[in-house]
Design a protein. Structure first.
Length: 205
């Protein structure tokens, strides 16, 4: 098994701290939505958290602080943020139920699949461009759906947010499902590669 490059086993890094802050903001989002009942500011926070999912990776690459922990922690927080955010907005009733269920089901199925193959020895898989594009679309659309249902906003802004929401969620669905169906063959390939790396002298099955 190849040794990690110097520094890759670190946990206490600036990028991981940024990811941790994003993770700790999830309860704040839930508090704004369900306790304060402030859809607009809950939507604004969720949009900021979603739109900054590239920051920790950018900092890691440009400061030489890429870590094995961060490679797992960052996409895990991204997926958790999306699942929790969408579920909360479904409960709030600010998004069509069928749409929320499709997005959450896709994320849960994919998460379970990745956990299973990783537990079986698969190599880590990087997020694809389609996956990133789909997630970005969702993280624009769902805050917009939420903001569009804020009773304190004028009809003009409600209409604007609805247009933004549908304009982002449709390509988001397309990209996310291209990535979704691509993960399964990639996952099986990663599983074979991981097993072969652990047993290099074994004959391929």
């Amino acid at each position: 098994m190849a040794e990690s490059a110097p520094g890759e086993d670190r946990i206490l890094t600036l990028p991981n701290l940024i990811t941790l802050v994003r993770f700790l903001c999830i309860p704040w989002f839930l508090w704004l939505l369900f306790v304060q009942e402030d859809r607009f500011w809950a939507a604004a926070l969720l949009a900021v958290l979603g739109s900054t999912d590239w920051v920790d990776g950018y900092v890691a690459r440009h400061t030489g602080q890429v870590s094995n922990f961060g490679k797992v922690f960052d996409p895990t927080v991204d997926r958790l943020l999306l699942i929790v955010g969408v579920l909360a907005i479904i409960i709030d009733g600010s998004v069509p139920l069928w749409l929320g269920i499709v997005v959450v089901a896709r994320e849960v199925i994919l998460s379970v699949f990745i956990v299973v193959i990783m537990s079986m020895g698969a190599e880590r898989m990087d997020v694809t461009w389609f996956g990133k594009a789909g997630t970005f679309g969702f993280m624009v659309a769902f805050p917009a759906f939420l903001a569009a249902n804020d009773a304190d906003l004028s009809d003009f802004w409600t209409t604007i947010f609805e247009i933004v929401a549908w304009g982002a969620v449709i390509p988001g669905l397309v990209f996310s499902f291209i990535a979704f169906f691509g993960y399964f063959p990639r996952g099986m390939k990663a599983l074979r590669a991981g097993r072969e790396a652990r047993h290099p002298t074994a004959e391929a099955i």
